[in-house]
Structure formats: structure tokens, C-alpha cells
Design a protein around this ligand. Structure first.
Ligand code: PEP
Length: 257
């Protein structure tokens, strides 16, 4: 297996943006623009309050819906949290886990990312697990150590069959929402390293099947170069996913590959 046979996935991460009417309008616009796309999996990860609206707006289309987080317990006294079962019951397919904003602002750790990933898999969701180094860590020359640690901890105890249901998003923290994109070579280098790390843990055959995205200020202008790289199988897109035309350009770039 190689890039040509791995699934290219372009996922939007809307973060804390869009009311329900705004969400509906964006998805209505997007679905017309991407209706003929067949070789790229298109995902919109939206705020919890928009899930029902998004599912209804995209029913019968080629756009899948994801959430931006889920809790690791099945139910109970966790005020303000949403379980993986609650998402799966609605028809949600994907869930973003371990996003750097969750790690930075909400005390998310590799241990809780691991627990959330297991809970999401148990509920039948497809986790998009985010990893990435801080600028300081890159400057200190420990990017690979940081990434290897995150991969080992975030997927600890997860069997190969379940790993294959996961997507990994390499998101250098210094590139998220900053307008500072990793160069295509930097993205390729770390995505290849992630695949090599997976190969050590699960074997090369399994590692070759895993979709590894790049995320961090990917936009309509830089997407084509990033997704042309051998180990970059798509993208996790923040800001540019809020504009249907820009998001469509990125999806079309991934179609070419
Ligand atoms: C993200 O939120 O995952 C992201 C990559 O954001 P942006 O594209 O805005 O940098």
C-alpha cells in the first residue's frame, strides 16, 4: 500500500464558530461545491450545538460529520461533557481528539487522549488524533522525541485493527491559527516519522494503511504542495474550513494528491 491507495481525508475543524443557521448556510454552500468529489473523504468537525443541524444538512451527501471532542467515560457526573456514545447515537462518524487547543487550554494530557481514543473506538467513532510539537520543542531539536512519545502514549493499548480506524493529524502547535505553515518538506519529514514510529509499533503493513494529515494554517494557496508529499494524506483545516470556496480548493488539491 502507498499514498495512492490510502484514503485522503480533508477535515474541517470549525472550533468555536458558527451558530446553527450559519452552520446550515456553510454546509449548504459546500455540498454543492464538492458534490462531484469521489476520491477524498470530506469531513466537517463542528461544535456540539451544530451536530444535529450538520447531520441533517449533509444527509445523503459525500460530507461526513465529526465532533471536536468527547469524554472518556460512558456516562455519569461529568457536567458539561459529551460521551462518545451520545455522538455515535446521533450518527456522528468522526471525532477530533487531543487537539493542541484542548491540550493547552483544557489540561488535556496524553493519558486522557488515550482514554478518549479508546472510548471513541468502543463507540464506533473514527478518532482524528492530533499530535505536534511546540515551537520551543522544535527549536530544542526534540520534535521527533515529542512526536514519538505522543504516538506511543496516545495509542497505548490500542490494537492494530482499531488503529486502522484512526486518523492521525500532525499539527505543529506553532503553525495552528498563526498563519505560519510548516513547509511541505517539514510536514513530510514529520509525517514520515509518524509512519516509521507506527511501523515499529504495529509493523510496516499496518503503518502504510494509516491516513496521516497535516494541519496548521493550511489554506487554498498552500494545500496543493503540502498534500503532494508522499506521507501527507490530507489535512485538518481550521480557519480555511469556514469558507466554502477555500475549503473546496483544499479538497480538490487532495483529489489530485
Ligand atoms: C486546527 O484547528 O486544527 C488548525 C489546523 O487550525 P488552522 O488551520 O486555523 O491553523
Amino acid at each position: 500500500m502507498n499514498k495512492a491507495t490510502r484514503k485522503a481525508i480533508i477535515a474541517g475543524n470549525w472550533k468555536m464558530n458558527k451558530t446553527r443557521p450559519e452552520a446550515k448556510a456553510l454546509l449548504e454552500e459546500l455540498k454543492g461545491m464538492v458534490a462531484d468529489i469521489k476520491t477524498v473523504e470530506i469531513v466537517a468537525c463542528v461544535p456540539f450545538t451544530n451536530l444535529e443541524t450538520a447531520l441533517a444538512a449533509t444527509e445523503g451527501t459525500n460530507i461526513k460529520i465529526g465532533a471536536e471532542n468527547c469524554h472518556f467515560e460512558k456516562s455519569g457526573a461529568f457536567t458539561g461533557e459529551i460521551s462518545a456514545d451520545m455522538l455515535a447515537e446521533m450518527g456522528v462518524e468522526y471525532v477530533v481528539l487531543g487537539h493542541s487547543e484542548r491540550r493547552q487550554y483544557f489540561a488535556e494530557t496524553d493519558e486522557t487522549v488515550n482514554k478518549r481514543t479508546k472510548a471513541a473506538l468502543a463507540a464506533g467513532l473514527k478518532p482524528i488524533v492530533c499530535v505536534g510539537e511546540l515551537l520551543w520543542e522544535r527549536e530544542c531539536g526534540i520534535t521527533e522525541e515529542v512526536i514519538a512519545r505522543q504516538i506511543k502514549l496516545d495509542f497505548f493499548g490500542i490494537e492494530a485493527a482499531d488503529l486502522k480506524k484512526c486518523v492521525i493529524a500532525y499539527e505543529p502547535v506553532w503553525a495552528i491559527g498563526t498563519g505560519k505553515t510548516a513547509t511541505a518538506d517539514q510536514a513530510e519529514e514529520v509525517c514520515a516519522f509518524i509512519r516509521a514510529t507506527l511501523a515499529k509499533l504495529y509493523g510496516a503493513d499496518v503503518a502504510e494503511t494509516i491516513t496521516i494529515q497535516y494541519g496548521g494554517s493550511m489554506n487554498a494557496a498552500n494545500a496543493a504542495e503540502l498534500v503532494s508529499k508522499t506521507n501527507v494524506d490530507g489535512g485538518l483545516i481550521g480557519g480555511a474550513s469556514l469558507k466554502a470556496a477555500d475549503f473546496t480548493t483544499i479538497i480538490k488539491a487532495a483529489e489530485v494528491g
